[in-house]
Design a binder for this molecule. Structure first.
Ligand code: SAM
Ligand code: DTB
Ligand code: SF4
Length: 331
């Protein structure tokens, strides 16, 4: 969707915007379901990158102790527990710049993915930068979706991260899509960006071809010791508007109300679901930051008359329109 279309929608009176996003939501997601995704940090901290929001960067004194890659048996225990508790998606995150074919740690991760994928949940990983070979190997190991966020607009990105570029992020997304993985791609609100930056971020994500299978909308969790530790909290009505726009511009995607829910009231979260969110991270911890308790989330879903979503193991990457196929280049 073009920037100007997004901008027009964004400035509608809130209820008019919500009416529009609701219509799109009901046409594509009539069942009133919320997908529950469990997140596990399989390799925490000590990351070489300087993403200024992230507690896992080795450059900041955030109090996160760097750990080694978790043992497969521990990860399997957590994955089985996630399935038992109703999660249909298991997302494994690693604090790495990326992974490389031929390294021991990549082989270890592939082995872990293979075993997790046999449990029958959707398997999502977020391991940083990928080349074409790494992407193919991940797909073969059983990854259904690769999470790689663009996080903000191309213009604001260099103010937030200097150790890799926005174009590097787009290249990885292209490699994941070319290997046949679905892509999970969104961003963070609250990085000191303008409304324009938020709309540009959505313009880029909605113009991916194919469009992403899911779009996480994170609100900054200000992490002590990071350059953004004192950043002002994002206004929940801005979050609601961006969710509505994501729903309208990427109708078939699961829109994930991601980091930041601990700062939102139940009423605010209800409006996010009404606007088009239909997925959450489920479990009292994200990667290093906190998340609402499982019982609270289940109670909220129940109070709203929503229901947990059934698993879908066949997540094919949506068909790319080959004529319109976009080169992942910045304009
Ligand atoms: N290293 C990999 C990468 O950068 O893609 C994977 C892990 S990284 C922590 C995954 C995503 O978490 C980031 O792209 C960002 O959107 C989100 N994230 C990280 N720290 C956050 C924070 N403090 N608040 C909100 N979202 C955050
Ligand atoms: C995403 O967009 N949000 C998740 C997941 N993808 C990997 C991560 C949120 C991290 C929040 C900060 C933390 O836990 O350190
Ligand atoms: Fe590393 Fe990812 Fe955190 Fe950036 S966001 S510092 S790449 S773990």
């Amino acid at each position: 969707m073009t920037y100007s279309e997004l901008e027009t929608l964004y400035h509608l009176p809130l209820f008019e915007l919500l009416q529009r996003s609701r219509k799109v939501h009901e046409a594509h997601w009539p069942a009133g379901e919320v997908q529950l995704c469990t997140l596990l940090s399989i390799k925490t901290g000590g990351c070489s990158e300087d993403c200024s929001y992230c507690a896992q960067s080795a450059r900041y004194n955030s109090g996160v102790t760097p750990e080694r890659l978790m043992e497969k048996c521990q990860i399997m225990e957590r994955a089985k527990a996630a399935k038992q508790s109703g999660s249909t998606r298991f997302c494994m995150g690693a604090a790495w710049r990326g992974v490389r074919e031929g390294t021991e740690r990549f082989e270890q991760v592939l082995d872990i993915i293979q075993d997790v994928s046999e449990l029958g949940m959707e398997v999502c990983v977020t391991l940083g930068e990928l080349g074409p070979t790494e992407a193919l190997r991940l797909k073969q190991a059983g990854v259904t979706a690769y999470n790689h966020n663009i996080d903000t607009s191309p213009e604001h990105y260099p103010n937030i991260v200097t150790t890799h570029s926005f174009q590097d992020r787009l290249n990885t997304i292209r490699h994941a899509q070319d290997a046949g993985m679905s892509v999970c791609c969104g961003g963070i609100l609250g990085l000191g960006e303008t409304t324009q930056d938020r709309l540009k971020m959505l313009e880029v994500v909605s113009e991916f071809n194919p469009q992403p299978e899911s779009v996480p909308i994170n609100s900054l969790m200000p992490m002590p010791g990071t350059p953004l530790a004192e950043q002002q909290k994002v206004d929940v009505f801005d979050v609601i508007r961006i969710i509505a726009l994501a729903r309208i511009s990427i109708p078939k995607a699961k829109v994930r109300l991601s980091a930041g829910r601990t700062h939102f009231s139940e009423e605010a979260q209800a409006l996010c679901f009404f606007a088009g969110a239909n997925s959450i991270f489920y479990g009292d911890k994200l990667l290093t930051a906190s998340n609402p308790a499982v019982e609270k989330d289940l109670a909220l879903i129940d109070k709203l008359g929503l229901k947990p979503q059934e698993p879908n193991r066949n997540l094919p990457a949506p068909d790319a329109d080959s004529k319109k196929a976009l080169e992942p280049q910045l304009g």
